[in-house]
Design a protein around this ligand. Sequence first.
Ligand code: BTN
Length: 229
Amino acid sequence: MFGIVIHLKKVTSTMDIAKKVSYWLSPPFLVISDVQTSGYGQYNRKWLSPEGGLWLTEVLELKNYTALSLLMSILVVRVLEKYVSEEIVKIKWPNDVYLNGKKVAGILTKVSGNLSFVGIGINVENSVSGSLSNTATSLSYYTRVDRSQFLNKLLKEEDSLVSLYEQIGFRAFVKEYNKKLIFLNKQVVVKSKSVICGEAIGVDESGNLLINKGFSRVERISSGTVVSF
Ligand code: BTN
């Protein structure tokens, strides 16, 4: 899918580079860097990006972007499952990927005009240090893995995934996504515009999280953070 792959050694953030390059290069293309000095995640949180991890931004031009970041979390899950047992790979809605209860990958999507910038960060060969290791992990703690081999598998898997998404939309992936949801059928607390408590019963075709609040009241949440599960 990616005719052009821009591989750099050290950048501030692949998101920033991809944005700049998009003014003169047509999509799809991919920017990857060995190290990021100012990597960032959702809510502008700092994203540590040392050597050994996969830090990349894809620039895509798609017909529709509904639940694109959830789709990308499925992509990462599928590749991780080629390395470790599938029971330990989960998704925390909307798009955090977990390995044995700790975050291993994050996705950040930004849409600008007709372009979508998909940032993917995966702790592949790098280690996770300090207090971060309480909540985050690396694939290398579970198996021998080569970063460039991981990337090849990811790009190969992505071709068919995106082509089905373009044809049918996220609808084609809802079942697969819900199977991986870390808190499916569990009581959760979600911080959205308000705080919502109830049973997480899955996502819908638009990627909204469905919370059963009891007495047949189901709330659809389009954005927010699950703070407890
Ligand atoms: C998150 O979980 O909050 C999303 C993390 C996204 C990190 C990736 S690493 C590659 C790309 N460049 C960045 O600065 N961020 C994304």
